[in-house]
Design a protein around this ligand. Structure first.
Ligand code: MN
Length: 251
């Protein structure tokens, strides 16, 4: 049997320490290719570059830099450049949480989501700290999860969103399968003046809060556990599909 082919991407950019750690860790499982953005692409979501050409630079053997989004990276790698279908796509190790509603903004999660859309088992992995001290814990867990997925597969149309608290591997209290929690974003819009008198705006600043609910990714992280949330391809709200709009809205 040929050895598994693993595609690694991220949204923090090709120079992010989490990317190299992840790529090295995944080499235990097979042949690793890295396709990553040339710069910080956090919070670009599932964006695709449709209106500009994409340049790919080979940095060293198996390492490629793309001037696009994480989704661009996965698309180019899987659909064209690797030349062989990967057995696994892993996105990360992200610096900063991808918990609750963060998922919809996350370029890291989008990288895994794109892998799933292309029919490849995929997961995203993040350390919840913006100044992580223990990225190596995620680098230890990722190949473990990867091996499990290569052996057992993932359910159809499912990608995993993995988060780790920023603590040493030995201090982790277990692994929990969780549901997405909810954020309270309190991003202030900062309004400032540039040196030439023009106005500019900056979104964000404050660390977002969250709603405390049991069974959520937030709860697992608070309990010093690894959170694994299975994400489904289908975003339809099935519970309201046939009872909400149909009787009230016609032509
Ligand atoms: Mn990021």
């Amino acid at each position: 049997m040929t050895s598994p082919l693993i595609l690694v991407t991220n949204d923090d950019g090709i120079n992010a320490p989490g990317l190299a750690l992840l790529a090295n860790a995944m080499m235990d499982l097979g042949e690793v290719y890295v396709f990553a953005p040339d710069r910080q692409q956090s919070a670009v979501g599932h964006g695709v570059s449709l209106h500009k050409p994409l340049r790919v630079s080979r940095l060293k053997d198996h390492w490629f830099m793309v001037d696009g989004t994480p989704t661009d990276c996965v698309m180019l790698a899987v659909r064209s450049l690797i030349g062989r279908r990967p057995d696994l796509v892993v996105s990360g190790i992200n610096t900063g949480a991808n918990l609750g509603d963060d998922v919809t903004y996350s370029g890291t999660v989008a990288g895994a989501f794109e892998g799933m859309l292309l029919g490849v088992p995929s997961f995203a992995i993040s350390n919840t700290s913006h100044r992580p001290q223990h990225l190596e814990a995620a680098a230890r867990f990722a190949p473990k999860l990867g091996r499990y997925i290569l052996e057992h597969g993932l359910p159809e149309d499912t990608a995993l969103n993995v988060n780790l608290p920023d603590i040493p591997y030995e201090a982790l209290q277990g692994v929990e399968i969780t549901r997405m929690g909810r954020r309270n974003y309190q991003d202030e819009i900062v309004r400032r003046e540039d040196p030439r008198g023009g106005t500019y705006y900056w979104i964000g600043g404050a660390e977002p809060d969250h709603v405390i609910e049991s069974g959520t990714d937030f709860e697992a992280i608070e309990n010093k556990k690894i959170s694994i949330t299975p994400l489904h391809r289908d975003l339809t709200h099935h519970a309201v599909l046939h009872r909400f709009f149909e009787p009230r809205i016609g032509l």
